[in-house]
Design a protein. Sequence first.
Length: 448
Amino acid sequence: MAVATTTLGTLPEAEHSAQLRKAVIASTVGTAIEWYDFFLYGTAAGLVFGKLYFPKEDPLAATLLAFGTYFIGFVGRPIGAAIFGHYGDRIGRKATLIVTLLCMGIGTFLIAFVPTYASIGIWGAVLLTILRMIQGIGVGGEWGGSVLMSMEWARTNSQRGLVASWPQFGVPCGLLLSTAAVAAFSTLAGDQFADWGWRIPFLLSIALVGVGLWIRLGILETPVFQKLLDQNRIESAPIAEVIKKQPKEIILSALLRMAEQAPFYIFTAFVFAYTVGTLKMSRDFILAGVMVAAVVSFFTIPIAGHLSDRIGRKNMYLIGAAVMGVFGFIYFAMVDSAVPALVFIAIVLSLIPHDLQYGPQAALIAESFTPRLRYSGASLGYQLASLIAGGPSPLIATWLFATYHSGYAIAVYIAICAVISLISAALMPDYTGQDISAEYDAPTVAAE
């Protein structure tokens, strides 16, 4: 078929634009579904998993253990990045993205059937942990592919920040969907939500996966990857090669995410345990606040991505990290007041400093890696942050509050993360507006 070759410039402009739209929609919808699955676990962990799977522990210990199983998903993310990054650079972006969606969807669906401690004792928590790991592996391979599927179809160099931000848009979509699903079933009377209602959103995920697969099967491979195929520049061992050739970019990609990822999981997962469990506020009230925050992100993420095309990725990211360093103190001052209106405003505003970084982040990280190693390098750098930022942050926040009995200590932790991100972003290369289809270096070994 004539359309099989999608090398840059070979498709008519109208057809290229159509493929760009399809790629952006497929990436955004698929990412939204994957993050629905991932965030659903975090919400359930903050609300019911401690009681259901660790009932013999005191409330604090049960919360820590529930977030411990939550952390396992973050351990799986770098593993998924390595596995799917390898195949994404070897066989293409499209095929790999289909597998990541299946991995994530099946893992989430099966969580709905995990028996509680009352039925099978500690084995319930063990099964939960295994399925959480599968979730993490799936989402670990998802991000890199979805970003590249959009960014590598961009028609001009001046629109990549905006185009790459759309898969990031899937994060608030997934957060809104998962929070809304939990909120809908949390209205069940008595203990019905804890008994069985929380399982329904996990069951519903299988329908979303079907929609995502249908959309992704209808897109072509990216022009940048097709160009690599045409020129026989596919690496035989991309993970090893990117670690050898671009270790600095991998490390900086992980560290610059500290001010974005660590606060995000404090604002969207820990907040439930903190406000509902400690401040004794209404669960539905907090769920509503997080949903509104997710809606705000619908606008702030693409706006930040667009602005990065104008002022540069690094400049936009540095602004976001600096704002986050200050906002942590404002956030916890408002939340600790326990005044409902102030708590609600704090939650609604909480994702804006995150979005100022998250919008330009996809392009900033992905552009830093040479095309033949891009899926592997971008995925590894992005997902390694899960081990140092996203995964530990609810645990660290819980421990800090238990030790110092104040949100101020958590705000200091967020500020430290911001300083690390500011330094790392300043050291990151910036390819805003440059050609990313050409190799940044000549490959030492061409694949067979």
